[in-house]
Design a protein around this ligand. Structure first.
Ligand SMILES: Nc1ncnc2c1ncn2[C@@H]1O[C@H](COP(=O)(O)OP(=O)(O)OP(=O)(O)O)[C@@H](O)[C@H]1O
Ligand SMILES: [Mg+2]
Length: 461
């Protein structure tokens, strides 16, 4: 019988976990500190350690380091608090095999514990102890290497670090970001750099199908489950078993299906439509959204409990306009892809224009603009006139702007910036606010302020 070591300073957690694990047939040692845990490990063999992250005295992180040094073959699962992605990331980077975000259900603990013990039993080499392979690392011959993700900004680098750190976990990931920011690319990346890369990556767009179809697409159906269900069909969850399932545009999933998805996340089993018994599933769920799910929860259109389940590892891809330092590198990336061996380059003016553009369609729009420019260009040099951008480009280069700005007050420059942006967007305030990187409300307040100033000046003169 496998013995599990539970480490938590809270007695209710120790009691609860002991009960759940013992009922499932494990032997349990429960202790309240890192020091006691090391004593217990020295005294007898344990198959796995389940430890809290935040404890007085030795922290979970310190215990993790000590266990990795003294008992490297014993897998460790860290329990982290909701909302502390930092804890989860640092645990995985320091060699934890998995993390559980509190509060979790008994099924989740058992799922993780059983999966890790099964992996350990199946391996003779130490391979499961290896951290997730870095993106460019050799990948097995039958699997494509992870697609490159261009990143030059601090924000993107951070997103990729978290993505890599959690790639080895089973935990759900929620990727938020405007359309075209690279959500699907990031989801594939997480799959491809993690231990599931040998298995299927299955993508389902939740906005593309009416509810009934989406339901049978996700969960599958038995023959005759409904009119038209001719044969038995495997659901995408089953196809993604041991792999990854991408639920694209999760915000568009109807409440009935949200409830079913919650069950899959909590209990790791799915019910085929018309099926008589649930099927065990180990699919890593990655969801994407370009709407603000938190607002939808507040409005009652998205289930709060599902939101918390998905939000365990939240990743946000910033819009391209807020990481313009990446534009040059992205342009080079796409030129290399679309030039197909031709020797092509952009001239300085073309590059400046791309840097100054607002990119409402984000990286996808940039990709298309580069592709089109390469198709339209005659010679090896692509000029600004070959670019087809949806709105007028910013006329001046950043250096010119900086020169003309010195000597003016911040207030003046801000005011001019706001009015010019409004002009360029035909007075579309939400578009202008987006380009300015401020909220519509802030924009409205600023305009009211300028109006008030204007009337005051008028009455003084
Ligand atoms: N950082 C990046 N480096 C290289 N290519 C990128 C990057 N970000 C996005 N792309 C490319 O831009 C295109 C759009 O990306 P993707 O489809 O992942 O966006 P998305 O956020 O899923 O968009 P939507 O919300 O519209 O579905 C893809 O061709 C993708 O390969
Ligand atoms: Mg997408």
């Amino acid at each position: 019988m496998d013995r599990i070591l539970v480490v938590d300073d809270e007695s209710s957690m120790r009691l609860g976990l002991t009960e759940v694990l013992e009922r499932a047939g494990f032997a349990v040692t429960a202790v309240d500190s890192g020091a006691a845990a090391l004593d217990a490990l020295a005294a007898r063999r344990h198959a796995l350690v389940l430890s809290d992250m935040r404890m007085p005295g030795m922290t979970g992180g310190q215990l993790l380091a000590a266990v990795r040094a003294r008992h490297p073959s014993v897998p460790m699962v860290m329990m982290t608090a909701y909302g502390t992605v930092e804890d989860a990331v640092s645990a995985m980077k320091s060699g934890a095999r998995e993390f559980l975000t509190k509060p979790f259900s008994p099924q989740e603990v058992l799922h993780v514990v059983r999966a890790l013990l099964a992996e350990g039993a199946g391996h003779t080499s130490g391979s499961p102890d290896e951290p997730a392979a870095p993106p460019s690392a050799e990948s097995p011959g039958n699997v494509a290497a992870a697609r490159p993700i261009v990143s030059r900004s601090a924000a993107m680098t951070r997103v990729l670090q978290v993505a890599e750190a959690v790639s080895g976990s089973r935990s759900a990931v929620l990727i938020a970001g405007e359309s075209g920011t690279g959500k699907e690319l990031l989801a594939r990346y997480i799959h491809e750099v993690g231990p599931r890369r040998q298995q299927q990556f299955v993508a389902v767009n939740c906005a593309a199908l009416p509810r009934e179809l989406l339901e049978s697409e996700l969960f599958g159906h038995e023959r005759g489950a409904f009119t038209g269900a001719i044969g038995r069909k495997l659901g995408k969850f089953e196809l993604a078993h041991r792999g990854t399932i991408l639920l694209d545009e999760i915000s568009e999933m109807e409440p009935v299906l949200q409830a079913k998805l919650l069950r899959v996340l909590q209990e790791h089993e799915v019910d085929r439509l018309g099926g008589s018994r649930p099927v065990q599933i180990d699919a890593r769920v990655i969801a994407t959204t370009n709407r603000n799910l938190r607002d939808m929860v507040a409005a009652g259109t998205f289930r709060r409990d599902l939101y918390y389940r998905l939000h365990v590892v939240p990743l946000t891809l910033p819009p391209l306009r807020s990481r313009s330092e990446e534009i040059d590198a992205l342009v080079d990336h796409f030129v290399a892809r679309f030039a197909a061996g031709r020797d092509l380059a952009l001239d300085a003016e073309a590059r400046a224009r791309l840097r100054g553009y607002g990119w409402p369609g984000n990286v996808r729009e940039l990709e298309h603009v580069v592709e089109r420019a390469l198709l339209l260009s005659n010679g090896p040099l692509i000029r600004a006139s070959d670019l087809q951008l949806d709105e007028e480009p910013v006329p001046a280069t950043p250096a010119e702007v900086a020169m003309s700005l010195a000597g003016r007050t911040v207030h003046e420059v801000e005011r001019q910036l706001i009015f010019e942006t409004l002009e360029r967007t035909n007075n579309n305030r939400s578009h202008a606010a987006r380009m300015l990187g401020i909220s519509v409300r802030t924009l409205r307040n600023k305009l009211a302020e300028y109006r008030a100033c204007g009337t005051m000046q008028a009455s003084l003169s």
